[in-house]
Design a protein around this ligand. Sequence first.
Ligand code: F6R
Length: 242
Amino acid sequence: MRLVVKKNYDEVSQMAAIEIMNLINKKPNCVLGLATGSTPIGTYKELIKYYKLNKIDFSKVTTFNLDEYRGIKGDNPQSYRYFMDNKLFNSININKKNTFIPNGIAKDIEEECKYYDNLIESKHGIDLQLLGIGNNGHIGFNEPGEFLYINTHLTNLTKNTIAANSRFFNSMEEVPTQAITMGIGSIMKAKKIILLASGKNKANIVKELFTEKLSTKIPASILHIHADCTIILDEEAACLLN
Ligand code: F6R
């Protein structure tokens, strides 16, 4: 696992966006794995900037998002589809038909999960997966527990995650308690992984991640055994590392 510490959030975002831009320029039909949440917003802003400067062409790019809330339609402003459209897709020349997000309102969830993994396989897998990290060490919505799921699946969000997600909702009652998420195996199959963490509130989990032990209690710890994983932190997120 390669560790890079940048001064601040803007520099973290710049580095992540440059990695993505370089990949697209090298392989215009590449497959990106994308994340939602606060952390990648700066990366998406940078990508939009490079697109407007004619430095990136997204027309042949395919994307797969990590997760979507259960029971929320894509046109709901709280959905991850809405988030991606607004934070990135609407501002670049990507073909929306090539942007995939699990269907949170699918009737047959098991079928939807299988379909999602098969779709990723049919596009020859993910070239670069962008990740954030939850305060509890989750990646995607692979929550800490006794074991980890390999494939895309329906998951019950932990209290900790529901509380963290509540900042985007009007009340606790509105926060979804379930999500469809790519599994740990789906994530680990990506050829390259970049995990971003920024701010003091991520310092504790980053410290735990770097104890270099694998544990299902810290799902992100599996990244230690990925062949090409870069962790990009800002100084605040890295402040507890020696
Ligand atoms: C989002 C996702 C989550 C977030 C994580 C960190 O698609 O899968 O794992 O990356 O919860 O969220 P932020 O960036 O809001 O701290």
